[in-house]
Design a protein around this ligand. Structure first.
Ligand code: GLU
Length: 485
């Protein structure tokens, strides 16, 4: 069997470290087995997916050195690789199940489902669809469809028996079928659900191993049922443990930066990032008595890799540890000339200077004023105290919620450029009733450490979303601490 593996990110936000972590394991596995590594874009949730986010996934994965063999941008024999371009296929396969009596149209209204759920919650019993439309007469169903009554398509799940999920890293997991919902396969807008699209694509793309994050394990019985309903061979499933914060909670941007762009901008070398991500769930095999190997190259990893060495304990993504490993790469693998080359690649690239110089061009009398004026574009966290952030006419208590909700808005802003940033900040003033000067000064100080800077939108644009967000969050921490003191 030839090995074909994939990652299937949904382009709904910033490129996530978790995508690189799962991507890396898939890529290394494919390389070692002489197989293919596929990038599929799962963008069926059109309200949340954006082309900007898709482009950022490509850039970030390339930056970290995880290149795919087939994908939306480079094609391949199993395309298209973007789910929004495969809609007809899903409809066709769903119909195949309806025709075989293995799926059925369901006309229950959202109101009926909501009432059902409330009743089920009150009764504290099983939560799920009650099968109201399961045995509708097909002739009646067709007539209702013909007059345009909205419907979804659901899988007819056996009420008897069990479904077994086999995972390479775990004992078989058994699910009683009666506990599993008649899942929706096609939504009322005609778009497939994640489950249907994912299974149809993994089958048609001849994916041999589904290596993905543990958060999908609860979806797997639904996938197994779909493979059975279609009569298709299942891939090998392998669910990798989720990345954790040092406090063991699931990694989230509330605690630590999770965007690959942040780490790129912070000067983490891609080879160090790769190495660190590799160490998350897998360990380099060493002889007995030898010390654990923290540092190894991509090629060494490919040669030594096996899925069996993946351990299930919650791997901790610790920024301090990553920085330490990065430091080893800087010192052990690079000469000063090499580091200079690396600095010029991104942090000090001509492109970056071309963004920064215009900002201070008219603010200097002498060129030696340049560096001090732009230093905050290059540094990590700033040394800002809560008192520095206090607006003249507002208290730190008042600032706290305003800053917190601003960070949420920054999180959601996909288009990071002057106009949307200006709209966001002005909109936030309107919403909170704060005067621009009361809001802009603490924001300016939080992100630059200075009272006087070039224009706010221009500065934030060049600073980048990740660094802006990180600094706002650090500022919020200080404000919170001062308010609790
Ligand atoms: N679209 C899912 C995601 O965003 C894919 C999960 C899977 O690999 O099956 O991660």
């Amino acid at each position: 069997m030839s090995v074909r593996v994939r990652i299937a990110p949904s382009p709904t936000g910033d490129p996530h470290i978790g995508t690189a972590y799962i991507g890396l394991i898939n890529k290394v596995f494919a390389m070692q087995k002489g197989g293919r590594f596929i990038l599929r874009i799962e963008d069926t949730d059109q309200s949340r997916c954006t082309p900007t986010s898709e482009a950022m996934i490509y850039d970030a994965l390339r930056w970290v050195g995880i290149q795919w063999d087939e994908g939306p941008d480079c094609g391949g024999d199993y395309g298209p690789y973007r789910q929004s371009e495969r809609s007809e296929l899903y409809a066709q396969y769903a119909q195949q199940l309806v025709d075989a009596g293995k799926a059925y149209p369901c006309f229950c209204t959202p109101e009926r489902l909501a009432t059902l759920r409330t009743e089920q919650m009150k009764a504290k019993g099983w939560l799920g669809y009650d099968g109201h439309c399961r045995d509708l007469d097909p002739v009646e169903a067709r007539a209702r469809m013909a007059v345009g009554e909205p419907y979804v398509i659901r899988l007819r799940v056996d009420r008897e028996g069990t479904t077994v999920v086999r995972d390479l890293l775990r004992d078989p997991i058994e699910f009683a079928n009666k506990e599993v919902d008649d899942q929706v396969l096609v939504k009322s807008d005609g778009f497939p659900t994640y489950h249907l699209a994912n299974v149809v694509d993994d089958h048609l793309m001849e994916i041999s191993h589904v290596i993905r994050g543990e958060e999908w394990i609860t979806s797997t019985p639904k996938h197994v049922m779909l493979y059975e309903a279609f009569g298709w061979k299942q891939p090998v499933f392998c669910h990798l443990p989720l990345l954790r914060n040092p406090d063991k909670s699931k990694v989230s941007k509330r605690k630590n930066p999770v965007s690959l762009n942040y780490y790129r901008d912070a000067g983490i070398l891609p080879e160090a990032m790769r190495n660190y991500l590799a160490r998350m769930a897998w360990s380099f095999p060493v002889e007995e008595g030898e010390e654990t190997r923290e540092k190894f190259s991509f090629e060494e990893m490919v040669a030594a890799f096996s899925l069996e060495r993946v351990t299930l304990g919650g791997p901790v993504f610790d920024v301090a540890k990553l920085s330490w490993l990065n430091g080893r790469y800087i010192r052990e693998d690079h000469s000063p000339e090499g580091i200079w080359e690396r600095l010029k690649e991104h942090l000090l690239s001509d492109e970056r200077w071309a963004q920064i110089v215009p900002l201070v061009h008219e603010r200097m009398d002498r060129l030696d004023e340049f560096m001090p004026q732009v230093a905050y574009f290059f540094s990590g966290d700033l040394d800002v105290e809560a008192e520095d952030l206090k607006p003249k006419k507002k208290s730190l208590e008042e600032l706290e919620p305003v800053l917190a909700s601003l960070i949420d808005k920054v999180d959601q802003l996909m288009e990071w450029s002057e106009e949307p940033i200006e709209q966001l900040l002005r909109g936030h003033c309107e919403e909170t009733g704060w005067k621009p000067r009361d809001l802009f000064m603490p924001v300016r100080i939080a992100v630059t450490g200075r009272k006087a800077t070039p224009g706010m939108w221009e500065t934030l644009t060049v600073l980048g979303k990740e660094r802006t967000r990180r600094r706002l969050r650090e500022a919020l921490k200080k404000v919170k601490a001062a308010n609790r003191a």
